[in-house]
Design a protein around this ligand. Structure first.
Ligand code: HEM
Length: 397
């Protein structure tokens, strides 16, 4: 089968799963024209993420992709594309934001915001799921954590789509320019917020996470202004884009599977299982990358040190060797050890918060409205790495 990540078709973006299933059954360790490997089996993807000797550093790839640009500076400075010891410093500074006590506080806030958004939806009836609900909740939450004033919140989605969109395997000049402009503009805004906060410590009721990043240190190492800015941009993007997709993919899947929606309405306790099944079937982040710092053996193939891997989370999460009847939605599926948040040292730091947001947003939406009806064509995000919806018109009753 011919498969080239740099030439993906519109059909693949619309529905990648048939092509991924063919690769998994015929060439699960598929060598792309540029020499890198595309992995589609659950066992291989999991093995790679758990291995200590695989690197996340992307300076080599990003130098040739982005040149010396704001996008290069951003992506090579954020923790997700770095290895220890720098990765450990940033991760430790962020960890304080996700302790069980903090998450209990955040859960109360998630409930409050969700209910006020649902009141607004009830007044409107004809809504766009994305702009009226799915983006609003995570944007408000992550902005609260980082102390981003309300006046800037509306800009966040545009910034994040422009910046994360540039991570797609093939990027047009236009998208590259939009990504660079977004990093510059976003950096200026954060520079001002951080500088103001340094001069006025502990004065606002929100923004604990930012205070920890500014004033905290790990083994004597503080973050520089540029490291602060780029990691805040990453956190703001990571904190809302994928969670928006969890909610919108969830509504999409429940509408496509009315038996599952009915089961959830009949027993709201199934919401936790529903969220896991949505994450498995339509993983918001569909693929990752790692470079081997050792020889890698994958079911008979021995791949040399320096090999570059694309890990298809989307394919792994529908591997029949791991999940029975993998394309079927089953909100009671147990166990459901999907890799939507991956595993290993870069495992998603916000996974528990994302699950809380997904559970409350979706659970309360289906409880509040007995009719959730598509009222026009929904438009997918035109991206291969991130899976979600750009707009999703609904009529609620
Ligand atoms: C459904 C929602 C989410 C999904 C599917 C998701 C998925 C992921 C994945 C797959 C990674 C690993 C990337 C890699 O190493 O290649 C990751 C990392 C990360 N995520 Fe999430 N995420 C979600 C929500 C969130 C939220 C709400 C936050 C924060 C508020 C967050 C913060 C982070 C951070 C800080 C990292 C970097 C961890 C590290 O490199 O050590 N994520 N996420």
């Amino acid at each position: 089968m011919r498969f080239d990540l740099s030439r993906l078709s519109g059909d693949f973006i619309e529905n990648p799963y048939p092509a991924l299933a063919r690769l998994r059954s015929t060439e699960p360790v598929y060598q792309l024209p540029d020499g890198s490997f595309f992995l589609t089996r659950y066992a291989d993807v999991q093995h790679l993420y758990q291995s200590r000797n695989l690197l996340s550093d992307k300076s080599q790839e990003f130098r040739s992709k982005f040149g010396q640009t704001p996008l290069f500076e951003h992506h090579t400075t954020s923790l997700v594309f770095n290895d220890p010891p720098y990765h450990t410093v940033v991760r430790k500074l962020l960890a304080g934001a996700f302790t069980p006590r903090k998450l209990v506080e955040m859960e109360a806030r998630v409930r409050k915001i969700t209910d006020s958004l649902l009141d607004q939806l009830a007044n409107k009836r004809d809504i766009d799921l994305i702009s009226d609900f799915a983006t609003e909740l995570p944007t408000r939450i992550i902005s609260f954590m980082l102390g981003i004033p309300e006046s800037h919140r509306a800009e966040l989605r545009g910034f994040s789509l422009a910046i994360l969109g540039a991570l797609d395997p093939a990027v047009s000049q236009e998208r590259m320019a939009a990504g660079n402009a977004a990093v510059l503009e976003f950096s200026n805004i954060l520079d001002q917020i951080i500088t103001h906060r340094r001069a006025n410590p502990g004065q606002a009721e929100q923004g604990d996470v930012l205070d920890n990043l500014i004033h905290g240190s790990h083994e004597g190492r503080h973050l520089s202004q540029s490291e602060l800015i780029q990691n805040c941009i990453f956190l703001l993007n990571a904190g809302h884009e994928t969670t928006t997709s969890l909610v919108s993919n969830g509504v999409g899947l429940l509408l496509e599977n009315p038996d599952q929606l009915a089961a959830l309405r009949a027993d709201p306790r199934l919401i936790d299982g529903a969220v896991e099944e949505i994450l498995r079937l339509e993983s918001p982040l569909q693929m990752g990358n790692r470079r081997a710092n050792e020889t890698i053996s994958l079911d008979g193939s021995v791949l040399p040190i320096g090999s570059y891997f694309h890990t298809s989370i989307a394919a792994a999460n529908r591997d029949p060797a791991q999940f029975s009847d993998p394309d079927r939605m089953d909100i009671t599926r147990t166990p459901n050890r999907h890799l939507a948040f991956i595993t290993g040292i870069h495992v998603c730091l916000g996974a528990t918060l994302a699950r809380i947001e997904g559970r409350i947003a979706l659970g309360r939406l289906v409880k509040r409205f007995s009719d959730i009806i598509p009222s026009g064509p929904a438009v997918r995000l035109p991206l291969a790495r991130f899976r979600g919806w750009q707009s999703f018109p609904l009529r609620l009753g």
